[in-house]
Design a binder for this molecule. Structure first.
Ligand code: MN
Ligand code: MN
Length: 299
């Protein structure tokens, strides 16, 4: 089994250091009434300033939105009073990615649910090691969540990470499931239990907005401007997710070219994920390296 070389591991560690610093900073910066775009931009700027690159746009997902919300251009939205806010940060150093998230809770009613997500993450980290089945990990996470009177989101999973690949290979469901896949030494995983209330349906569906995109294929966009934009995207983000805000920042946003790329399926759009019954969702996430004796938390 090939284990990561030293240089790759050092880059993961550097990405992890940056990601955890930015996460902790954003955790203390977020306030009710704050503009969401300010949070996204501050996080992404901090990543760049510290010598990393955002591996995906900063996600700020509020209440029943479980994941994949980032500010679109001209976003006027603010953090609502009494909300719970998931801040999900991705950093890469030379393609080696760290992925980490916290939930900030402005509503005492959800304090225990938020805490349960954190405890579920800690449990998963204590459990994961080379040789363990992903099914054993999922069962354990589910049991912890249910024993505290909450419900895991069944269709959002942790995931293996590869170079320039956020979702590579194996998934880590937060519920019991049938699988004979095992965790192996030298692998990198993002572990992220999503927790909701007992009355909730306990799964997410796609919402009707998409503000995160990625390169999909090079196949002949119609206009010349589109080709140029696609080349920029591929060169700068490879297949990692990006936001329109970034294209604007680099002065390359051409709305009609962008539409053309979406329509010709050269780009993929990620819809937001919303809890199916509209109930609130909490999430915590760390990226870990699987060493021979157990995980090393990178974030
Ligand atoms: Mn994440
Ligand atoms: Mn993740």
């Amino acid at each position: 089994m090939p284990v990561l070389n030293r240089e790759a591991l050092e880059k993961y560690e550097e990405a992890g250091r940056i990601a955890s610093k930015v996460r902790e900073r954003m955790r203390s910066v977020v306030k009710e009434g704050m503009r969401i775009v300010k949070i996204c931009e501050e996080a992404e700027e901090a990543i760049r300033r510290m010598g990393g690159k955002p591996a995906f746009p900063c996600n700020v997902s509020v209440n029943e939105v479980a994941a994949h919300y980032t500010s679109p251009l001209g976003d006027e939205r603010t953090i609502p009073e009494g909300s719970i806010v998931k801040i999900d940060i991705g950093v890469h150093v030379d393609g080696y990615i760290a992925d980490t998230a916290v939930t900030v809770c402005f509503n005492p009613e959800y304090e225990e649910m938020v805490q349960t997500s954190q405890i579920a993450l800690e449990t998963a980290i204590r459990t994961i090691r080379p040789g363990i089945f992903t099914s054993e990990l999922g069962s354990k996470v589910q049991r912890v969540i249910e024993s505290r009177g909450f419900k895991p989101i069944s269709n959002l999973t942790g995931h293996q990470i590869g170079r320039y690949m956020i979702h590579a290979g194996k998934s880590l469901p937060n519920v019991s499931h049938v699988s004979f896949r095992r965790i192996r030494e030298g692998e990198v995983y993002a572990i992220e239990p999503f927790v909701t209330t007992l009355e909730a349906e306990g799964k997410v569906i796609e919402g009707n907005e998409s503000h995160i995109f990625r390169f999909l294929k090079r196949k002949n966009p119609k206009q010349r401007e589109s080709k140029k934009l696609l080349r920029f995207i591929e060169k700068n983000f490879r297949t990692l997710p990006f936001a329109k805000r970034w294209l604007k920042k680099y002065g390359v946003l051409d709305e009609s070219a962008f539409m053309d790329l979406l329509e010709s399926r050269c780009l993929l759009a990620y819809p937001v994920f919303v809890e199916a019954s509209g109930k609130y969702v909490a999430q915590f996430e760390h990226t870990v390296y699987i060493d021979k004796d157990g995980p090393i938390v990178l974030t």
